[in-house]
Design a binder for this molecule. Structure first.
Ligand SMILES: CCCCCC/C=C\CCCCCCCC(=O)NCCO
Length: 591
């Protein structure tokens, strides 16, 4: 038996033998040498990385200086940057405003907002020339004529590197605009700034080692959400009126919700994704999309029209021929709309339940029929939507991303990816058995880390997933629904210290990525003291999981912050989705 005495006597024998002593000493020195060598190599590579970051930031600063000098020549015009895209467009077309003065007003405002919340990575100095060219044109047609458009950093812009805050892509200059940027330009839009993202776009944070952290314009102690967080923050702060974001698990919708603005996640395949930095482009089960964001609803519709225009279809002939259907959008007949406030995974705080119920009343006021759509109960626990999403999203256990991150500083939000790629799957399988399914969020996270042991298992899972999607759509049809409204996120905007932990809480958004349904966000209400009192009362609201408890903590002092609602429709029915959003706007008295 191995007792401490036995171990001590074995050690004594070993140490008393001279040759063993020398052997042990050599082994220890070798280990020490190896450790010192790797530490030195690591710190040298971190120094190189810091230099690379600082050089890239200097370039961004140079571009800022050029742009500042240009807009300083024009007098300050706050009243321009406050206006909606629709009202600007009217004056740009009738000649009351020039594209250049509109650009300068937005550049000035964007810089002002950026000083407070660090939401832009850099401006695009070439916007100046573009605006001047537009001002020379007699033909002022184009859905976005002269409108400044902000662009998420991971969307390709010719002549720039699109990094997603990853070392591997710094200075990798792209030679063509993304198709969406080309479409914006064809419609007379003026891409003018690039907005910040979380490292790798694989989280709901908005921080990366290169461009650092973006803050929420409503409350700087909170995150703007991600991954289109810079975009949401700039729009919410008033520095842009429309912009482009991307979404594979909520990245257009979480920031819109957290920053009090509008967005539309389209069906994958409706808007071209050519020219996006996509780290999971090989994932056909859960597909990434690019979509519009807007400071107000009408501006969102304007950009949506441009992104689904015949010009877009011409630029990417692989898209189905579905130009924006004005007739469908303009319809006014009564709609049958489902609603739910619990998806079976993440319990919503009172403010977020109230937002859905207020949206329900607003839509009823407009004459629509609202019916409960409690899909988790109707489908039974055999259909855990969150589990399908995460397992398929990281079917490679994050291996691809972990390789890209090899020489990088890694942000806390994606540390799990690095751990999962080095710890054997059986460890997570065992942990999942021990933990059980009681804590739904832990179970979801562990599912993601387990991955698949064979292609056979993966295909089986995808097969089950497709059946789940069919069952969901059938349920929707059985309820004769035109659309569904539900929460965007289970809580108000989250504190920046904990945002990196909420990945498995964004289940309301992930649902529509799994289903590939279009879904948009409308800000509906603001958190009240009464909401917070209810949240703190265990008789009214009980947080079940560790993360729900953490969210509850984070919601303290959240009064006054915006809370939105998601509106979803069946695949390729973006117009219907926007129509429900419009009806909601009307019902809320915003139109
Ligand atoms: C194997 C690693 C486990 C890590 C656990 C991660 C769990 C779930 C991953 C989902 C994260 C999705 C975030 C997507 C945000 C988004 O929409 N990005 C937009 C990309 O264009």
């Amino acid at each position: 038996m191995m007792t401490p005495q036995n171990i001590a006597s074995v050690l004594e024998i070993l140490v008393s033998d001279r040759r063993t002593r020398i052997g042990l000493l050599s082994l220890a020195s070798l280990w020490l040498f190896r450790y010192a060598f790797y530490s030195w190599r690591k710190s040298a590579s971190m120094r190189r990385l810091d230099q690379k970051h600082s050089k890239r930031r200097q370039l961004a600063q140079k571009r800022k200086d050029i742009v500042r000098e240009n807009f300083s020549k024009t007098r300050s015009a706050e009243n321009i940057a406050n206006r909606s895209a629709e009202s600007l467009l009217a004056d740009l077309k009738n000649g009351k405003l020039s594209a250049l003065e509109v650009l300068h007003a937005f550049q000035r405002k964007a810089f002002e907002v950026n000083e407070k919340i660090n939401c832009i990575t850099e401006p695009l100095p070439e916007a100046e020339e573009r605006a001047k060219e537009l001002d020379q044109k007699a033909d002022k047609s184009g859905l976005l004529f002269g409108i400044p458009v902000s662009v998420k950093e991971s969307v390709n812009i010719k002549g720039y590197d699109c990094t997603a805050g990853l070392e591997a892509f710094i200075d990798e200059i792209v030679d063509e605009d993304a198709v969406t940027v080309q479409a914006v330009k064809r419609h007379g839009g003026v891409p003018f700034v690039r907005t910040n993202v979380p490292q790798s776009l694989f989280s709901y944070c908005c921080s990366n080692p290169l461009y650092r952290e973006t803050l929420n314009p409503q409350d700087v102690s909170r995150s703007p959400g991600g991954s289109s967080g810079g975009e949401g923050a700039l729009l919410g702060g008033g520095g842009s009126v429309v912009g482009l974001g991307t979404d594979i698990g909520g990245s257009l919708r979480v920031p819109a919700d957290f920053c009090g603005v509008y967005s539309l996640k389209p069906t994958a395949g409706r808007i071209s994704t050519k020219g996006l930095l996509r780290l999971s482009s090989g994932n056909l089960a859960i597909r990434g999309v690019v979509g519009p964001m807007g400071r107000d609803f009408k501006s969102l519709v304007l950009l949506s029209r441009a992104l689904m225009s015949p010009e877009m279809l011409e630029l990417d002939p692989s898209l189905p021929h579905l130009p924006f259907n004005e007739k469908e959008f303009e319809k006014t007949d009564r709609l049958r709309i489902g609603y739910f406030t619990f998806d079976g995974v993440s319990k919503c705080q009172p403010s977020n339940v109230r937002a859905v119920m207020e949206a329900k009343s607003a839509l009823e006021k407009e004459g629509h029929e609202l019916v409960p759509f409690d899909f988790p109960t109707l489908m039974g626990r055999a259909y855990p939507s969150a589990d399908y999403f995460v397992r398929l999203m990281v079917a490679d256990r994050g291996l691809r991303l972990a390789k890209i991150l090899e020489n990088d500083r890694v942000e806390p939000a994606i540390q799990t990816v690095v751990y999962a790629s080095v710890i054997p799957a059986w460890v997570f399988r065992l942990l999942k058995k021990l933990v059980g399914d009681e804590d739904r969020h832990k179970a979801v996270m562990l599912s993601a880390c387990i991955g698949f042991s064979s292609i056979d298992e993966y295909f089986g899972h995808v097969g089950d997933f497709l059946l789940w999607k069919e069952a969901f759509t059938q349920l929707w049809r059985d309820h004769k629904l035109d659309a569904v409204i539900c929460p965007v996120f289970p809580s108000p905007p989250v504190l920046k210290e904990i945002i990196h932990r909420v990945t498995s809480l964004s289940t309301y958004c992930q649902l529509y990525n799994s289903l590939n349904y279009p879904a948009g966000v409308v800000p509906v209400t603001k958190v009240t003291q009464e909401d917070l009192d209810k949240a703190a009362d265990p008789n009214v609201f009980s947080a079940d999981t560790v993360l729900e408890k953490l969210l509850l903590e984070s919601s303290r002092n959240a009064q006054g912050l915006s809370v939105g609602v998601q509106c979803a429709a069946l695949p390729f029915q973006e117009e219907k989705c926007l129509r429900v959003m419009r009806e909601l706007e009307k019902g809320l008295g915003k139109m």
